[in-house]
Design a protein around this ligand. Structure first.
Ligand code: NAD
Ligand code: UFG
Length: 336
């Protein structure tokens, strides 16, 4: 199967491309490189022996998309391309709606023109807003607390309407919980530009000496140790979820929504300790005030993905920390 992977040089896309190649499927990447480096391609080649086809371009470029879909005889699309910094989305909402919502509409229109009707979309647990009833099932109420989350919700709604309008579409929205970790080779991993927004890359940069200490955003939540609780999922398990979703959806019509999480929550302090163990260092931290917009706790009910997709997260917290540390220690400054 030939699969167009938008955002395929990014963090989750690159790991998914490795798994696609290992399964014998052919990824064709389109990425504008706005948040990734071209050297990712060499790393994918080092791991798999295959350099994926790559087109540098933007998903909002309708003509380019049609050209790529036709020339490569694409059968399905995985749509990772998008912007994901929650804080930036609050200060620059138009940038986020244009990239994430408009970009997705242009992509689906191009797919329609080229009669490619199978799509897997990167959604997020952020669509559950500030839900308090855990674990989160796919039919829990949705809402958004920032423009990034709103953009994911809007695209989910557009997809639902599209599938209603024409039953030949087969579209799967995967709601990721908190992706962490890296490929066990240490060759690919998460390489945020600037100060990391997320916990795990921040911890990794403290461990490698790029940052002084972690700020723990709040220790007065209604959680066992007072710090925020999240469902951390190894990026390799997450990548595997895309292959299962494609195998399930290809040729099967309709709109499908699945959580991809482990079903377990861990606190910030638990993560700090687990990462300290993996890197063999005591990581400095200080308690800071809550980060605006954060929820106390969020974890998935992953049962639906298990029963329908036959997918289950396999990797442990130790794997997540060890693989992140392997990647970060081998690439202290990220990709060249
Ligand atoms: P990433 O930034 O590493 O990867 C996204 C890739 O898309 C980058 O390579 C970037 O250059 C590219 N891109 C962005 N806008 C583009 C455009 N208009 N045209 C072409 N390429 C474009 O992010 P990631 O962590 O791999 O996330 C992938 C997807 O998963 C995103 O849609 C994100 O919103 C979603 N998601 C991520 C997380 C997370 O915590 N990492 C959680 C939930 C959902
Ligand atoms: N945290 C800190 N210090 C930091 C960074 C994070 O204490 O420097 C805490 C947060 O307060 C939270 C936990 O660590 O309690 C996890 O925070 P992340 O920023 O790593 O992850 P979030 O759950 O806030 O958000 C992530 C993505 C979103 C996505 C969401 C659900 O950033 O895009 O997961 O998938 F929507």
């Amino acid at each position: 199967m030939k699969i167009l992977v938008t955002g395929g040089t990014g963090y989750i896309g690159s790991h998914t491309c490795v798994q696609l190649i290992e399964k014998g499927w052919q990824p064709v990447i389109i990425d504008s490189l706005v948040n990734s480096k071209i050297s990712v391609l060499e790393r994918i080649e080092k791991i798999t022996g295959t350099r994926p086809a790559f087109v540098e371009g933007d998903v909002r470029d309708a003509d380019l998309l049609q050209k790529v879909l036709r020339e490569h005889a694409i059968e399905a699309v995985i749509h990772f391309a998008g912007l994901k910094a929650v804080g930036e989305s609050i200060s620059m909402p138009l940038k986020y709606y244009d990239n994430n919502v408009h970009g997705s509409v242009v992509l689906m229109e191009a797919m329609k023109q080229c009669n490619v009707k199978t799509l897997v979309f990167s959604s997020s647990a952020t669509v559950y807003g500030d839900a308090t009833k855990m674990p989160l099932k796919e039919d829990a109420p949705t809402s958004a607390t920032n423009p990034y989350g709103q953009s994911k919700l809007m695209v989910e709604k557009i997809i639902a309407d599209l599938c209603t309008s024409n039953p030949s579409w087969s579209i799967t929205a995967l709601r990721y919980f908190n992706p962490v970790g890296a490929h066990e080779s240490g060759l690919i991993g998460e390489d945020p530009q600037g100060i990391p927004n997320n916990l795990m890359p921040f911890l990794a940069q403290v461990a490698v000496g790029r940052r002084e200490e972690l700020q723990v955003f709040g220790n007065d939540y209604q959680t066992p140790d007072g710090t925020g609780v999240r469902d951390y999922i190894h990026v390799i398990d997450l990548a595997q979820g895309h292959l299962c979703a494609l195998a399930h959806a290809h040729g099967k019509a309709g709109y499908h929504v699945f959580n991809l999480g482990t079903g377990k929550g861990n606190s910030v302090l638990e993560m700090l300790n687990a990462f300290g163990k993996a890197c063999g260092k005591k990581l400095k931290y200080k308690i800071a005030s809550r980060r605006p917009g954060d929820v106390a706790a969020s974890w998935a009910d992953p049962q639906k993905a298990q029963s329908v997709l036959n997918w289950k997260a396999e990797k442990s917290m130790d794997d997540m920390c060890q693989d992140t540390w392997h990647w970060q220690s081998q690439n202290p400054n990220g990709y060249p």
